[in-house]
Ligand binder design. Sequence first.
Ligand code: ROI
Length: 159
Amino acid sequence: MISFIGIGSNQSEPIKQAQQAIKALTTLPDTTLINCSSLYSSSPMGPQDQPDYINAVAQIDTQLSAIELLNNLQQIELSQGRVRKDNRWGPRTLDLDIILYDNQEINNLRLTIPHYGMKAREFVLYPLQEIAPQLVLPDGTPLSQLVLACDKNGLQRVK
Ligand code: ROI
């Protein structure tokens, strides 16, 4: 299955965290890293009293189920020092989100795919467009249409 993974960090040298995460994606079982966007800096969404984020999107081809993939991604987050606190909108060393999985819509206690915020988040849409400009979402919306409607909000390519 083709899947797109959102990468985000704003703690402990975010560029290094993102690069390390991309490396870690190449070691996932039964998975190939196909492509990865540039790294972007973005203003924090949510509380503003936190550092800017580094964001990127990776494309993988995996034989893992969506839940197995999630479990593996959470292992990577933990191995890079993520502490799950009561900080849903707070700073994090590494956030790995399944943005899309195949052309599937998945809704259960642990997963909402496509990712619930992707349609409005510049730090997901622009990196995704860089590596998959022709993408169409499971509901038929072309990515290009979402990008046109989404302000860059200061998003900048940094690497
Ligand atoms: N803001 C930005 N710019 N990038 C993120 O990855 C990000 N992740 C989050 C919240 C706190 C919503 N804000 C973010 O989880």
